[in-house]
Write a protein that binds this ligand. Structure first.
Ligand code: FES
Length: 148
């Protein structure tokens, strides 16, 4: 027969293991998104800065919807301070990828990309399209031509 002390010790180990895994997944997914509709002017996607007041917060990003694109652009600051936009269309079959804290993940067949859009795990054959972004005093913009 197992003593009460031994039972509690075993039970706490099981709880610690099961609590650790979901916490790691939770932290990985812990990002905050704001959705905005953007205009395209002279082939540039233009978003007023006032629509993105919390973009600079850690783990914050924006889903930028543009009429002619089925999936949104994901706009966020890299750890280097560089502002980047990545089209969320998976290069495998076009599903919308999800932004996690350290990578993008496709819910359809499991492809993963780093935060620059490079493939970490297939079946995605190519990187996500990424765009260099300019922050001006009143707006954020990026050109649709010439991906990084
Ligand atoms: S559509 Fe993204 S992995 Fe297949």
């Amino acid at each position: 027969m197992i003593s009460r002390k031994e039972f509690l010790k075993s039970a706490s180990s099981i709880v610690a293991v099961t609590a650790t895994v979901p916490l790691a997944s939770f932290l990985e997914a812990c990002t905050a998104a704001r959705s905005v509709q953007a205009s395209v002017i002279d082939n540039k996607v233009v978003i007023p800065v006032a629509q993105l007041p919390d973009l600079a917060l850690p783990s914050s990003y924006a889903k930028v919807y543009v009429n002619s694109f089925a999936n949104p652009f994901l706009l966020f600051y890299q750890e280097t301070g560089e502002l980047l936009a990545v089209l969320s269309t998976c290069s495998h079959r076009g599903c919308e990828v999800n932004k996690l804290r350290t990578k993008f993940e496709c819910p359809c067949h499991g492809s993963e990309y780093d935060l620059r859009g490079d493939v970490l795990r297939g079946p995605a054959p190519e990187p996500l399209k990424s765009y260099k972004v300019q922050r001006l005093h009143d707006r954020i913009e990026f050109a649709l031509k010439g991906t990084l």
